[in-house]
Ligand binder design. Structure first.
Ligand code: C2O
Ligand code: CU
Length: 479
């Protein structure tokens, strides 16, 4: 399939699309019930969604509470989140709270932290929102298909004193592989996708719609929370002359900065909070372009200024978010671990772990390896056992020809170096995008006890073995 052809088809689809008011792009919001009230009910089931503008008909999807994305769960930092997940699908599922530091039993990983919720069954998720920021939820069972069919939603934890903005918007970006008749292509689990960059689609949506134009006002300041819910697509957004400032990554505050080359890169599962001043004039419009893949640039959406002006000058309000209560790794005492990634098309199969054993595992359908091992399910030996409370540096070495957004559950980590160079912001992340052949070091305190998934969030890579367990052991003491 050629992406170019499909993308140009998408442009054709857009012709004649109606003006999309931004309000219709805001997910439904739910406030969290108090501890004595009923939990919030989140039901996964097959449904339909109007991904494409009229006159095209709806697309069959799997969604939460019949909406796509699922409802925006919005709480205050320190609140207790209580969600009763009900399974209306025809197969088992779970809910994982991506980036949230939950107790292990609430992490939603089937066969590791809980049994899958059976068809017709329920599971009560209950945990405190320790960190403010932009998070999301999705199943962790057969994720490539369940997430790929639309099961995901935003989870926003508000700061006690948020930064001042005129509007606070969430955009969940997704990428769908659609057939000519507007349905989701059923080729989940394709071997070709797994060996290459994952399931890249041909139709990009913002909050479940292929948008055309979004209304803004001259002079307004917007906090834009970008969430990449795509299986595999990496976004690199060019805001067409605007100067977005990054204020948080993966929910965690970062010193406000303009991104490199003014391109906002969001890998699968990652979040970027931006502060954007709408500096254009009334009546103007601009195009947000996704330029991540060379020669495959496309228009994501246009922003259209309304006739009036909200204010004349850019406000001088602070963009600095208050830090979250994360434990600072002790770099002197930290234990270092080497983690080598191999596999995929054009990978350096020879390096690390032993060629023979990887060839053997490939015959079983695995294509990606962490320290020479492919995950064959969730019941595997841990990659690392870390005594609770100790500091660690993972020296990650991507010996493949592909990008990998590597995600660690239950913790946030600091990204400290890339190819040996210290990072400018020592940013906290829960998912770090490694470029082909890149070496990335992350540091964290193993302070949350339990068995935690460590995996690539290109969901087809995860399914083809790019996954391991990091055990934080409350019972071992550091020797
Ligand atoms: Cu977003 Cu292991 O998950
Ligand atoms: Cu990967």
């Amino acid at each position: 399939m050629t992406l170019n052809r499909l993308i140009s088809r998408r442009h054709v689809l857009r012709t004649g699309a109606a003006f999309t008011a931004i309000s219709t792009l805001s997910p439904a919001r739910v406030a969290m019930a108090g501890p004595t009230e009923d939990p919030f009910l989140l039901r996964a089931a097959a449904g339909q969604a109007a991904l494409r503008p009229a006159p095209y008909g709806p697309t069959d999807v799997w969604s939460y509470n019949g909406s796509l994305p699922g409802p925006e769960i919005r709480v205050r930092q320190g609140d207790r989140i209580r969600v009763l997940a009900r399974n209306g699908l025809n197969e088992g599922t779970t809910v994982h709270w991506h980036g949230i530091r939950t107790p292990n039993a609430m992490d939603g990983v089937p066969f590791l932290t809980q049994d899958p919720i059976p068809v017709g069954g329920e599971f009560l998720y209950e945990f405190d929102a320790l960190d403010a920021g932009t998070f999301w939820y999705h199943p962790h069972q057969r994720s490539s298909e369940q997430v790929g069919r639309g099961l995901y939603g935003p989870l926003i934890v508000e700061e006690a004193n948020p930064i001042r903005v005129d509007r606070d918007l969430t955009w969940m970006l997704d990428d769908w592989r659609m057939t000519g008749d507007g349905q989701i292509a059923t080729d989940f689990g394709s071997r070709h996708d797994a060996m290459h960059g994952g399931r890249i689609g041909n139709s990009v949506t913002i909050n479940g719609q292929i948008p055309d134009r979004i209304a803004v006002r001259s002079g307004e300041r917007i906090r834009l929370r970008l969430v990449n819910a795509a299986n595999a697509r990496i976004f690199g957004l060019d805001f067409g002359g605007l100067a977005p400032v990054v204020v948080a990554l993966d929910g965690q505050p970062v010193s406000p900065h303009v991104p490199d080359d003014d391109i906002v890169v969001v890998g699968p599962a990652m979040r970027v909070d931006l502060v954007i001043d709408m500096t254009g004039k009334p009546g103007e419009s601009l195009t947000i372009t996704d330029v991540f893949y060379r020669d495959l640039e496309y228009r994501l959406v246009d922003l259209a200024y309304g006739p009036d002006r909200l204010r004349d000058a850019v406000p001088d309000w602070s963009m600095e978010l208050p830090p979250n209560p994360l434990a600072e790794p002790d770099m002197q005492a930290a234990t270092r671990h080497q983690i080598i990634f191999n596999g995929g098309m054009m990978g350096q199969m020879m390096m690390g772990g032993g060629m023979g054993s990887m060839m053997e595992q490939m015959r079983e359908g695995n294509m990606w390896f962490i320290n020479g091992k492919a995950a064959t399910g969730h019941m595997m030996d841990p990659l690392l056992v870390l005594p609770q409370g100790t500091s660690h540096v993972l020296q990650m070495d991507n010996r493949t020809a592909w990008h990998h957004p590597m995600h660690l559950h239950g913790h946030s980590f600091r990204v400290i170096t890339r190819n040996g160079q210290p990072t400018r912001h020592r940013e906290w992340q829960d998912t770090v995008l490694m470029a082909p052949e890149e070496r990335v070091e992350i540091a964290f305190v193993a302070d949350n006890p339990g068995d935690w998934m460590f995996h690539c969030h290109i969901l087809e890579h995860q399914a083809a073995g790019m996954m391991g367990i990091i055990r934080v052991d409350p019972g071992t003491t550091k020797t």
